[in-house]
Design a protein around this ligand. Sequence first.
Ligand SMILES: *Cc1c(COP(=O)(O)O)cnc(C)c1O
Length: 375
Amino acid sequence: MQKNTKLIHFESPINDPYNANSTPIYQTATFELESASCHTKYDYSRSANPTRDVASVAIANIENAKYARAYSSGMAAINGVLGLLKSGDHLILGDDIYGGTYRIATQRLITHRGIEVSFIDLTNHQLIKNTIKPNTKMILVETPSNPLQKIADLQHIGTLSKTHNLLFVVDNSFMSPWLQQPFNFGANVVIHSATKFLSGHSDVSGGFAITNDEKLDQELGFILNAEGLALAPLDSWLILRGIKTLGLRIERQQQNALALIKYLQQNPLITKIYYPTLDTHPQHEIHKKQASGGGSLICVETRDIATSIKLVEKTKLFNTSVSFGSIHSSISLPSNMSHQSIPKDKQIIPPTLVRLSIGIEDVEDLINDIENSLT
Ligand SMILES: *Cc1c(COP(=O)(O)O)cnc(C)c1O
């Protein structure tokens, strides 16, 4: 099956007695047991729920993987995966990792759980190698990173992880499985914030952790149940619905992004454009090796901070909001918004950097909107 077909057709893990074409929402916390001693698959929705199981199978199917766990948010998924680490373990993260991951690393893992964390530039191969120690257990990678769009070489890190017996985890929220499939490069676990492209409509929070390793999946399932991280039934259904149009949405969003870039390249107020497939991107060749497109996030630097603020505040079609991946276009100033939890002296994001998440609107309207807000 090809990609669009796979989004819609997959083997459902549940048997609906009425053959509903849309997965039923099992909006229940408890299930009646047949006897006092019986152990069935479904007894309590924190542990397992049929609608959630269908959402997990759907995502595993598009990542070409065997197992997936569904969480109440991307951060719940990240927390669940970081739960694989023990006190004394060492974790390697990118130096421009998602703000929430930075926060959990600095204010939970280091302070409360005795885990060592190194934040490094993951584009520097020598530095990665030098950072690995005997107690290094995991490397968690985002590529492209958000918002600087630095590209980590998945093949390289996959090989290195295998040599040093590290768990190679990829947070693939930025690209989605449509554009990048980290299992092809040796990832052990792939994480998604389903709040972004998988849902696609900014109407639900969710996350996934996906793997091909049964033992890892069992451990993730144990943590998910023990810590109560699971995705709710209705939210599972919303994400399932979103997944079916993933391909259509992303192709359109990406096509709009490319047209908008052409416009931005000609605007003298825009001093720098970050987009992973542009020839001007220092790692565009690596990105093209591991992903099938540049996606729909564009970051720009402008002449000065006043211009950036004007751009963010004056656009009408771009909602000023954090997050990305929605059918609505949105715009943000990451150093002040999504990455605010990173202290100013640790910020490596230029203060004039504006992030644009491109939706499915007509691109002429988007271009006019940007043009008008800059003049
Ligand atoms: C949004 C995001 C997260 C967190 O996901 P939530 O659903 O907001 O909890 C994690 N990683 C990346 C790369 C993200 O963009």
